[in-house]
Design a protein around this ligand. Structure first.
Ligand SMILES: Nc1ncnc2c1ncn2[C@@H]1O[C@H](COP(=O)(O)OP(=O)(O)O)[C@@H](O)[C@H]1O
Ligand SMILES: [Mg+2]
Length: 472
């Protein structure tokens, strides 16, 4: 459901609740008003009943017949006024009580008539008059008291309902807004993560089901953008490749020209001076030719590595093992060079997702370069450590060699860039760069002339569920 709809729904719910409470409060207020109106009427009635009883007393004290007439008049007046507000009364105390009240009044009127018509004094009738008069007043008093209590009860109940419903509405509003803001925050974090990874050049998508709300739309848009960026980058790489193919061809031609010229020259010498050359001289020349062809072979081999990176077989690996194996491969070279090797391999590192052979090849290239840079000896340090947010693992290859001049730094990964003359092909670092990038990783260099150079490779860690977290 869309977040907008969720908010509307929760608002509708709360407004509904408020309306309900409002309705309830209105209802109670009306009831209170009715009851109060009755209490008002009842006060008047009670006053009349009291007056009737006073007249009754007068009758008994002074045997005043006019007092009886008085009572009759009052009863009539009261009956009339009850008749006028009978609707109000019955609403407050109900039809039955109203009828009871009327019948009490009727009975009282009947006794008054009876007293009036009776000849002389009958103790029995007098007592009846007293009882009826008292009964009428007591009934009316009781009902008034009950109604007053009723009013208090309703007010207390309304107060409670308003109190609890206030908290209920508040709680519902807080809970709903909490859930909605959590949802928004979660989606924002996802998008933020994706945006960050896109800015780092990893064009993957937000995994999992896309929510059916506004963020779903945003996520879908960002995913589409990420995919598009990925495609664009692929196209860019493709066109860069075509451009570098030109440079490469020129480079290859140049690289191959030297050994070919040498071979040609040696062969010509061999033919020209065949007669004067002795066995040793001839063997020497042939050795030179063999050396030059070996050099051509090496160039071609590196070139092949560079132009078509072999299918990589990615597997879950412990990077420290790979580093150790690479060092073993280089053991002889390191033994005869004047280089001291130190390792600082991080413990408990996350496993990486790599083609072991290819990464060994990268490390060997870096180690060879380091040894070359430390002709007069030095320290080679290999270190492994977790990368940013533990999504990657980093390997540092640090030497204390002659360093790379700043003007060369931007070119060390270029194919055929070499400062080693005949000794180098200039392909080691560009091949390494290709391999690491293919792994979804990164390779960086930091150097200071005279102090040394640090190459850092960053490789994605293995993730059981997705295979890969970064890159891929
Ligand atoms: N550890 C290092 N110290 C100093 N210079 C280096 C180092 N590694 C690479 N370089 C420079 O980068 C160049 C390119 O290296 P690379 O691609 O391996 O080709 P090559 O080793 O055949 O020259 C080297 O010629 C050298 O000038
Ligand atoms: Mg090299």
């Amino acid at each position: 459901m869309k977040i907008e709809n969720k908010i509307i729904l929760s608002n509708v719910f709360n407004i509904g609740l408020i309306l309900l409470i409002g309705f309830f409060a209105m209802q109670n207020l009306n009831l209170i008003l009715t009851k109060l109106r009755f209490v008002e009427i009842a006060d008047d009635l009670n006053a009349s009943f009291l007056e009737m009883r006073l007249s009754e007393k007068n009758y008994f004290l002074y045997q005043d017949e006019s007092a009886l007439l008085d009572i009759k008049e009052k009863i009539d007046a009261t009956e009339r006024s009850i008749g006028q507000v009978s609707a109000d009364i019955s609403r407050a105390i109900g039809e039955t009580n109203l009828d009871l009240l009327k019948s009490y009044l009727r009975q009282y009127a009947e006794v008054v008539d009876e007293v009036k018509t009776s000849v002389g004094h009958s103790v029995r009738i007098d007592a009846k008059l007293r009882t009826r008069g008292r009964g009428l007043r007591e009934f009316s008093n009781t009902i008034t008291r009950l109604e007053r209590k009723g009013v208090n009860d309703i007010i207390t109940r309304s107060k409670n309902v308003l109190f609890y419903s206030f908290w209920a509405i508040l709680a519902s509003a807080v809970i709903v807004s909490h859930f909605i803001s959590q949802r928004i925050l979660r989606s924002l974090r996802e998008i933020q993560r994706l945006a960050k990874s896109i800015s780092q050049g990893n064009f993957h998508k937000i995994e999992g089901s896309v929510p059916d709300d506004e963020f779903g739309t945003v996520i879908a848009a960002v995913n589409a953008m990420s995919e598009e960026l990925g495609n664009r980058e692929d196209e860019l790489i493709q066109s860069k490749k075509l451009a570098s193919l030109g440079i490469l061809t020129a480079g290859v031609a140049h690289e191959l020209t030297n050994p070919l010229n040498n071979i040609s020259m040696i062969a010509q010498n061999y033919m020209e001076f065949y007669d004067v050359l002795n066995e040793t001289n001839r063997l020497e020349l042939m050795k030179q030719i063999s050396g030059e062809t070996e050099r051509i072979e090496e160039i071609v081999k590196n070139l092949l590595d560079f132009s078509k990176p072999k299918e990589s077989k990615l597997e879950e690996r412990n990077i420290n093992e790979t580093v150790r194996k690479s060092l073993e491969l280089m053991q002889n070279t390191l033994d005869i060079s004047n280089v001291e090797v130190r390792t600082e391999l991080g413990e408990g590192l996350a496993h990486v997702y790599i083609d072991d052979h290819q990464i060994q090849q990268v490390l060997v290239n870096l180690i060879v370069n380091a040894v070359h840079a430390m002709e007069r000896g030095g320290v080679l340090k290999l270190a492994t450590r977790p990368g940013e947010e533990e999504r990657t693992v980093k390997v540092d290859v640090i030497d204390t060699g002659k360093g790379i001049p700043p003007e060369f730094l931007p070119h060390v990964f270029d194919p055929f860039f070499s400062t080693k003359g005949v000794g180098g092909t200039g392909l080691g670092l560009s091949v390494s760069y290709g391999i690491v990038k293919n792994h979804g990783g990164n390779i960086k260099v930091d150097s200071m002339v005279g102090a040394g150079t640090t190459f850092t490779i960053e490789l994605p860690v293995y993730n059981k569920s997705a295979g890969l977290i970064e890159g891929g």
